[in-house]
Design a protein. Structure first.
Lengths: 390, 230
């Protein structure tokens, strides 16, 4: 326990040189505030990036066995995967190449035969349908939904008929029942049709060549993928198929912490230099305290308490103001135009309590460590020299 | 025989300096009785303050011993020294050396708080001490709001707060005019009589030294005179 008088002296020192104390606290507070805001926006933008990328990709992809072209008995495999707790969507589909022709234009495309509800549960494709209706894929025979860029290139609209030719089947006319905009380059080559239609055209009844899975928390995709591996089909998580996403987030996060950590180190240094000045100014006082019987340990405690108190109040103020700034700017909606920042219209600040707590804790610790030097200096004074110091 | 004797100094030597050797104290032997009021005098550089710092265990001798109540304080640990300084010794310096950020009563309370005495009790004792030095009405003034003489009286109240056995004064009136000096001297004398504490004062002021019980004169680190004042 800290004896009363050390704290009494430390607090009185701080309140007596109010201006210096406030400046030191504000210096640390300002640095911490910047770190808090930056961290909140970092977390927010990461979440945004997650939403824009990971959320739109299959979390886990299952492929045919190495020597096969297809996944057989896919229905029971899908059931097994669905029985895993964290899995919230499974979609089996058949991919194949085809050529679409409308009037004089033709394009090679990738046709994806899907079960609409299953596929929607994994990729939320219904949200991306800009024209037409997803349900029509199964309601109307020989229908397709095509990517918006593809539709533009072929110059087709909903309800137009396009000619499709397949490697293994006779050319057929397909009715366009919808346009999809996923916001990715896939929109140039993508065409959805129903799974049964695809199986007919590719002459592959009762097989699929890919299964995709959505899980509750994208961060847990890897262990679930490892579990699916044990069912006998090669499975890979989004971390394996797109490792650059995590790398980007990590590099951004690291550089953020390094740069802002430096600012806090600088603020702490200014606090230390203030403390060194204080110790020099108070040399005679320290000598007199020693003459009154204050031990070296207690002298150390007095000056460490001073750094510690500033190092605690500073970050608490900084984090509090930082959170208020985040909440205020986070609530403002601004218009940057649809395309400018991918449709982002608010600052995506996310304040996490663990970030706030660890910023306060580490800044406090840093200040305490930085305060050791001036405090140690004070505690090693020779009392006779200190008292006679001019 | 040593139960009455409070301080026994034997062959105390202090040598300063790297290269050029300065003997600040040279084989000093001195016995000081409990309740004595004595003055150490001598020219500048004669070793007065060094001797006082040794008795106050603010400094350590090169050789020799100082027995306080039969215990050799020259070999005590840092912790023991701090404890002895707090409980058995009171210091008054030429400059009051009050803590500038604390008012008079808080300054007097400080040695008591360091001694682990509760704040409420410390405050009560400090009030009594300020009363005794006649500054009760200035209890809430900070050192910069008091005169030199008043500050020195607060410093005396502080030195006596823990009821120490020995009060050490290094030129306690050296920075005051003669009127204030007389007030301080009379106060010290009165306290000495009332509390039966040992007072050891270093002074330049022969007039003041004449009013003490005994004069120790130091020259070049040696005692050249040790005489009772009639």
């Amino acid at each position: 326990m800290i004896p009363v008088y050390e704290l009494f002296i430390a607090i009185r020192h701080l309140t007596s040189r109010r201006r210096q104390t406030i400046l030191s606290i504000l210096g640390i507070g300002l640095a911490v505030m910047i770190l808090m805001i930056s961290q909140a926006s970092m977390v927010g933008f990461s979440q945004e990036m997650y939403k824009k990328t990971v959320d739109k990709m299959p979390h886990i992809t299952i492929e045919p066995k190495p020597d096969d072209d297809h996944i057989y008995l896919y229905r029971s495999l899908a059931e097994d995967i669905r029985s895993i707790d964290e899995v919230i969507g499974v979609s089996c589909f058949l991919l194949g190449q085809a050529t679409f022709e409308y009037e004089d234009t033709s394009k090679n495309i990738i046709m994806q035969g899907i079960l609409i509800e299953d596929h929607d549960s994994v990729l939320h494709i219904n949200d991306d349908i800009t024209k037409g209706n997803l349900r029509d894929l199964e309601a109307i025979r020989n229908s397709v939904i095509i990517g918006d860029s593809l539709a533009e290139k072929l110059d087709v609209k909903v309800n137009d008929m396009i000619d499709a030719s397949f490697p293994e089947a006779n050319p057929t006319a397909l009715k366009v029942v919808g346009i999809v905009d996923t916001g990715t380059p896939l929109d140039e080559t993508l065409a959805y049709t129903s799974l049964s239609t695809a199986q007919d055209f590719f002459d592959e009844s009762n097989v699929v060549n890919s299964i995709i899975v959505r899980v509750e928390d994208p961060d847990t995709a890897q262990p679930i993928s490892d579990k699916i591996d044990t069912f006998g089909y090669p499975s890979s998580s989004w971390m394996e198929t797109n490792p650059e996403i995590l790398q980007t987030l990590m590099i951004e996060g690291m550089s953020n912490i390094i740069v802002l950590g430096m600012i806090i180190v600088i603020a702490s240094f200014s606090m230390v230099s203030t403390m060194i000045m204080v110790v020099m100014e108070k040399t005679r006082e320290i000598g007199m305290l020693m003459a009154m019987g204050v031990t070296r340990k207690s002298i150390l405690a007095i000056f460490l308490l001073e750094s510690g108190i500033m190092g605690l109040i500073g970050p608490i103020i900084g984090v509090s103001v930082g959170i208020l700034v985040c909440l205020y700017f986070g609530s403002i909606t601004f218009d940057m135009g649809e395309e400018a920042y991918g449709g982002v219209s608010t600052f995506p600040f996310i304040v996490r309590i663990q970030d706030a707590a660890s910023i306060v804790f580490f800044t406090f610790l840093l200040n305490l460590v930085a305060g050791i030097y001036p405090a140690r200096r004070a505690s090693t004074f020779d009392p006779v020299e200190a008292i006679s110091n001019e | 025989m040593s139960d009455k004797k409070k301080i026994e100094i034997r062959d105390l030597t202090k040598i300063y300096g790297d290269g050029v050797e300065v003997r600040a104290l040279d084989g000093v032997d001195l016995d000081i009785e409990k309740g004595e009021f004595l003055a150490i005098i001598g020219p500048s550089g004669s070793g007065k303050s060094t001797l006082l710092n040794m008795i106050g265990i603010l400094d350590t001798p090169t050789s020799g011993t100082i027995l306080l109540d039969g215990i050799d304080i020259t070999t005590a640990s840092q912790r023991q020294r701090s404890k002895i300084r707090n409980q058995k010794l009171g210091f008054i310096f030429q400059y009051h050396h009050l803590l500038p950020d604390f008012n008079a009563i808080e300054n007097v309370m400080m040695p008591l708080l360091i001694n682990g005495i509760k704040k409420s009790k410390a405050k009560k004792i400090a009030c009594e001490m300020l009363e005794e030095v006649g500054l009760y009405d200035r209890a809430n003034h900070r050192p910069n709001q008091l005169s030199g003489g008043q500050n020195q009286r607060v410093a005396i109240a502080r030195a006596l707060a823990n009821n120490p056995d020995i009060v050490i004064g290094d030129e306690p009136t050296g920075n005051l005019d003669s009127k204030s000096s007389d007030i301080i001297y009379d106060l010290l004398r009165k306290l000495n009589k009332e509390h039966d504490q040992t007072f050891i004062l270093v002074t330049h002021d022969e007039r003041m030294a004449e009013k003490t019980d005994r004069i120790i004169r130091l020259v070049d680190g040696k005692i050249v005179e040790n005489s009772k004042v009639e």
